[in-house]
Design a protein around this ligand. Structure first.
Ligand SMILES: Cc1cc2nc3c(=O)[nH]c(=O)nc-3n(C[C@H](O)[C@H](O)[C@H](O)COP(=O)(O)OP(=O)(O)OC[C@H]3O[C@@H](n4cnc5c(N)ncnc54)[C@H](O)[C@@H]3O)c2cc1C
Length: 464
């Protein structure tokens, strides 16, 4: 079948007015556009990059939800309350409770909404800090991000939703009542003003914004990032220009397993550990519960002072994580016919590695990790050659801070009042994740709060 390519519009076709302007073409922006369009709004999506999809395209592991039909089909009985509590615990009790409550309670509906649009995520895996398989992904284990983005764009294409790329929004326009009434956008056809009854900031985070990171987290200034180059926090600056409030800006997630050896950084998805991989140090020994929260695992790797660590897995695990084929195709995966062979190739103590894996396999069989108390990602051991290793290092991955919104996705000003006509959702917003985002919660956030933004903008416009 021919590869689907979404046709963006020519800048000359941009109209001077729409009901709603949506800034950003990631999972949040496109979900919002579809939902608002289906509710009758005339929407437009403006994307600054040539390529659509932002960081959403890069997501690999999956999308979390509790009490979903998919979980029941897999025989898993889950509870929204557990998802809430575990996310709150993982976020250091710093999550905005009302945002988190809305998120959890609408997570299963997001999976069903995708299914209604023929976007089926009916396999499950697990990510760090979760007690159950909540991380939904396609049946062929394909990385969630590009799968979601492509399929959302297929829906947008069918519904004829206009998307303009190479269109950078540089200004929010306000009327004398401080209501947001449109945007200024730089296009290939010059700078244009687009008026709207509502504007959504779906511009993603600031993981690649050296200036913002240096301001709020100078200790991370030299870290590499897994983010796309356009994750420069534009939405935060736009919100600030109309007195929008930013929250928790110092909360930046460092992902434990990035491959940073070359100039292009690759995220090695949590699913590799979720499906059974372990982490070892140069001595060939495990040093942490690999599926503890990202913060704890990142700190454990940094504290080795060995320039990273190694993910170790086998063919059986590889068969359950399609992304490994991609990592291999770009040269990130070391192969060994035996564990000894693998250890020699990566410069890890071979005798210890053989010992570590043998002990680990026994613990998997007994379902008891006596050393580090790991309780998840133990469905299979590391038994079936060939064996594989990936050198990993912590890198800036996700920005938990951002624009202060309420569960209606309305942007709040520095006095806590709603800025009329301005909405924000997705990674550009702050507060949902506390001090540590759980893997799989962000893609879920794009669909849950993207949809919510579409609904709330429509309601706002209908009630005008
Ligand atoms: C490598 C990697 C792997 C990940 N894996 C997972 C995972 O498995 N599960 C999970 O839950 N999360 C994962 N995440 C996080 C998740 O992908 C993102 O947080 C989420 O996709 C953000 O979606 P978004 O729509 O808010 O922003 P984005 O997808 O980043 O989209 C924002 C868009 O807005 C555009 N934009 C910005 N400024 C402007 C402007 N001024 N004018 C016009 N357009 C603008 C950007 O160019 C971008 O295209 C991962 C992230 C990375 C980097």
């Amino acid at each position: 079948m021919a590869k689907f390519i979404f046709q963006t519009k020519d800048a000359a076709e941009l109209k001077p007015e729409y009901d709603a302007v949506i800034i950003g073409s990631g999972g949040t922006g496109i979900s919002a556009a579809i939902q608002a369009h289906e509710l009758g709004l005339n929407v437009v999506v403006l994307e600054k990059n040539e390529a659509l999809g932002g960081n959403t395209n890069k997501a690999s592991s999956g999308m979390n939800a509790s009490e979903s039909n998919v979980q029941y089909q897999h025989g898993i009985i889950d509870h929204n309350e557990d998802f809430y509590k575990e996310t709150m615990k993982g976020g250091g009790l710093m999550n905005d409770p009302s945002m988190l409550r809305f998120f959890v309670d609408h997570s299963a509906a997001a999976i069903s909404w995708l299914k209604d649009h023929d976007i089926v995520v009916n396999d499950l895996t697990i990510t760090g800090g979760m007690s159950r398989k909540r991380c939904h992904r396609p049946a062929n284990f394909a990385p969630i991000g590009a799968f979601l983005e492509t399929n959302l764009l297929k829906v947008a294409d069918k519904e004829d939703i206009p998307v303009f790329n190479n269109s950078r929004v540089t200004k929010l326009i306000q009327n004398s009542d401080k209501k947001v009434t449109g945007v200024e956008v730089e296009t290939n056809d010059g700078v244009k003003q687009v008026n709207a009854k509502a504007v959504l900031l779906a511009t993603g985070g600031y993981g690649a914004a050296k200036d913002i990171i240096a301001k709020y987290r100078p200790d991370l200034a030299d870290y590499k990032t897994t983010n796309q180059a356009g994750a420069t926090g534009d939405g935060l600056k736009l919100a600030e220009s109309v007195n929008g409030q930013l929250v928790q800006m110092n909360l930046i997630q460092v992902h434990p397993t990035a491959q940073t050896d070359n100039s292009r950084v690759f995220l090695i998805g949590e699913a590799v550990r979720g499906e059974g991989a372990i982490l070892v140090n140069k001595a060939g020994k495990r040093f942490v519960n690999e599926l503890n929260t990202r913060k704890i695992v990142s700190n454990a790797i940094t504290n080795l002072h060995e320039d990273g660590a190694y993910l170790i897995f086998d063919q059986g695990i590889r068969n359950h994580v399609k992304a490994v084929d991609f990592y291999d195709s770009v040269g990130l995966v070391e192969h060994g016919d035996s564990l000894k062979d693998l250890a020699e190739k990566i410069g890890v103590n071979a005798a210890n590695l053989v010992d570590t894996v043998s002990t680990w396999n026994k613990e998997v069989e007994a379902d008891h990790d006596s050393e580090f108390g790991r309780t998840t990602g133990m469905d299979r051991g590391i038994t079936e050659g060939p064996f594989f290793a990936i050198h990993v290092h912590p890198a800036i991955h996700y920005t938990m801070g951002g624009i202060h919104i309420n569960p209606n996705t309305e942007v709040l000003d520095t006095n806590g009042n709603v800025i009329s006509g301005l909405y924000a959702a997705g990674e550009v917003s702050g507060g949902l994740h506390g001090n540590n985002r759980i893997g799989g919660n962000s893609i879920a956030e794009t669909v849950i709060f993207g949809r919510q933004a579409g609904i709330k903008m429509t309601e706002f416009i209908r009630n005008k």
